[in-house]
Design a binder for this molecule. Structure first.
Ligand code: FMN
Length: 355
């Protein structure tokens, strides 16, 4: 037996999570027709002992697509596919949220019949896109019109409705890792001069409206928002990271959002101020940390009250029964990066649980 706090239940008015070992959202590139399939069902059911599973990023619309072989949550067929996943997770006693994803400028013309991906502004973008033909240099996107912004917010609402129809327990607005809401939030990629650009009150508007869209469907307690101030991935940057993100956290607190999923490496380079404790102070819902945690550092995070729960990514890829391994202090299987984003069962559903 183990007396890890990580393995104790976490109760809110809405949920009883069976432990604090949550599964981080992970794109696995195994949906060639953009549907969750039988393999997806098996993969998530194998990991249902997590306190909460957050699904891989699921596109909210055609325009949101920006990664090869990733599933969506905007058609009837996609809802049917996901319904099998949520049923299998629930049958195994688990809970699962859908992560709502719009890639914005991180997409590529190959996904849009040659058309440009959309973004807050047409700012040159130094990154790469993951196209059906492999990684390609990213392109300079086209700035969204106000009408497109408004219709994209409606896409978030429709996707949340689809997630509800598919049986998800809640949704996570993907506001991290340099995708569309983060592109609005940070002043590097956002050079707009209308109501969605300029001061932080305006730059945060897109993220907050997308969050409101999810709240209209699920209510605030079943909505998570993921933020990643310390992740420069996708050519991100902001002139006042702390101010920008603390504004966003306070605004999410005002909306009584249920979960804040805060990415900040457990080991930050020397000299960089930790923003997670600042965010934690400002947020009264469930505060979840991620990036680089293991059994010991995760336990420390919940014991010191930095967080209510911890999400584990790569450890859940190769250790489907991660909470049980933590309980037994068992050895952890290493995961194989070459099969993270491509392939079939191998490196996906073939990691065995403990005997
Ligand atoms: C294969 C892979 C796919 C990922 N896909 C997503 C994703 O779809 N959405 C997201 O928010 N983060 C994604 N991430 C980031 C993870 O959620 C997580 O932040 C990262 O793995 C760090 O956590 P860890 O140190 O516990 O692995 C992905 C990471 C990996 C390794």
């Amino acid at each position: 037996m183990s007396d890890l706090k990580l393995l104790t239940p976490l109760k809110t008015d809405t949920f009883e999570f069976r432990n604090r070992v949550f599964m981080a959202p992970m794109t696995r590139g195994r949906s060639p027709d953009r549907l969750a399939n039988d393999l997806t069902v098996r993969y998530y059911a194998q990991r249902a002992t997590a306190g909460l599973i957050i699904s891989e990023g699921t596109q909210i619309s055609e325009q949101a697509i920006g990664w090869m072989n990733t599933p969506g949550i905007h058609t009837a067929e996609q809802i049917d596919g996901w319904r099998k996943v949520t049923r299998a997770v629930h049958d195994a006693g688990g809970l699962i949220f859908a992560q709502l994803w719009h890639t914005g400028r991180a997409s590529h013309p190959d996904f849009h019949g040659g058309g440009l991906p959309v973004a807050p502004s047409a700012v040159p973008f130094n990154s790469q896109a993951f196209t059906p033909e492999g990684p390609k240099p990213a392109v300079t996107p086209r700035a969204m019109t106000l009408e497109e912004i408004h219709s994209t917010i409606l896409d978030y609402e429709a996707a949340a409705r689809a997630a509800k129809a598919a049986g998800f327990d809640g949704v996570e607005v993907h506001g991290a890792n340099g995708y569309l809401p983060a592109q609005f939030l940070e002043d590097g990629p956002n050079k707009r001069t209308d109501a969605y650009g300029g001061p932080i009150e305006n730059r945060a508007r897109f993220l907050l409206e997308a969050t409101d869209a999810a709240i209209r469907v699920f209510g605030p307690s079943r909505v998570s928002v993921r933020l990643s101030p310390r992740i420069p991935y996708n050519d991100m940057g902001d002139s006042n990271l702390e101010g920008t993100y603390m504004f966003a956290v306070e605004a999410l607190e005002a909306k009584k959002v249920g979960l804040l999923h805060f990415m900040e490496p457990a080991q930050l380079p020397d000299g960089l101020k930790r923003l997670a404790p600042e965010a934690r102070k400002r947020f009264s819902g469930l505060f979840i940390v991620n990036v680089g945690y293991d059994r010991e550092s995760g336990e420390r995070a919940v014991m010191t009250d930095l967080a209510d729960a911890v999400t584990f990514g790569t450890l859940f890829i190769s250790n489907p029964d991660l909470p049980e391994r933590f309980r037994r202090s068992a050895a952890l299987a290493p995961s194989e990066p070459s099969s993270y984003y491509v392939g079939d069962e191998q490196g996906y559903t073939d990691y065995p649980p403990l005997g």
